[in-house]
Design a protein around this ligand. Structure first.
Ligand code: G3P
Length: 217
């Protein structure tokens, strides 16, 4: 499973990239607002840090304007992946951009049927929003599982990018189902390493080591 980080915070991206944990980055208009930066400037900075795909989202709702914005965003760097909303215009733009050899991420997916349409439009990634589906009282993971089955049935090459991840358990379940990528907020990504028995075990090894009076090297 690949890990993308879901943030436009350059300091967090730099840190996670140094740990070797990042395969890419996803941003959206809300994350750009949170970063308080100019979209082109911050996206360029992110693209310079990470080798993998960096999703940058169009904000237009009609096809022609989406294509114009996609062109502007694509010029930022070679690793830009154009993020498009799951609407008819978004799917049309996805088909056109894919035909031009661009990477696309179809976002705001809440059902398996929507994911089927995105695959037919040739999306590189489909982003089902697990946490927001859970918020509605239904099961986000069930949607990931349905999409996996449909994509495997027809050998669609679109990558399932589990998004709106809120917990470490979301990451584990998405991996077990076979989501290709999880885009994870920085704090949740770092929380994956945590286990109380790891901390306890390390503490006890260090205490015993100190008692040996030895040094390595
Ligand atoms: O990148 C989009 C997605 O991950 C949003 O997550 O937490 O705002 O539902 P959230």
């Amino acid at each position: 499973m690949k890990f993308f980080v879901d943030t436009a915070d350059v300091a967090e991206i730099r840190e996670l990239n140094e740990y070797g944990l990042l395969d890419g980055v996803t941003t959206n208009p809300s994350l750009i607002l949170k970063a308080g930066r100019d979209i082109k400037e911050v996206t360029k900075e992110i693209c310079d840090i990470v080798d993998g795909p960096v999703s940058a989202e169009v904000t237009a709702v009609d096809y022609a304007e989406m294509m114009r914005e996609a062109d502007v965003l694509s010029k930022i760097a070679d690793n830009i992946c154009i993020k498009l909303p799951l609407t008819l215009d978004g799917l049309k733009a996805c088909k056109a951009l894919t035909g031009d050899g661009r990477q696309t991420n179809v976002t705001l997916c809440f059902s398996a049927n929507q994911a089927l349409l995105a695959a037919k439009a040739g999306a590189t990634y489909i982003s089902p929003f697990i946490g927001r589906i859970d918020d509605m009282g239904t099961d986000g993971m069930e949607v990931i599982s349905e999409i996996r089955t449909i994509y495997d049935n027809y050998d669609f090459q679109t990558n399932i990018l589990a998004a709106s991840i809120r917990t470490v358990n979301h990451v584990k379940l998405a991996a077990m189902i076979g989501a290709d990528v999880a885009t994870v907020p920085p704090a949740t990504l770092k929380a994956l390493v945590k286990h109380p028995l790891t901390d306890k075990g390390l503490e006890s090894f260090l205490a015993d080591w100190a008692k040996t009076g030895q040094k390595i090297g």
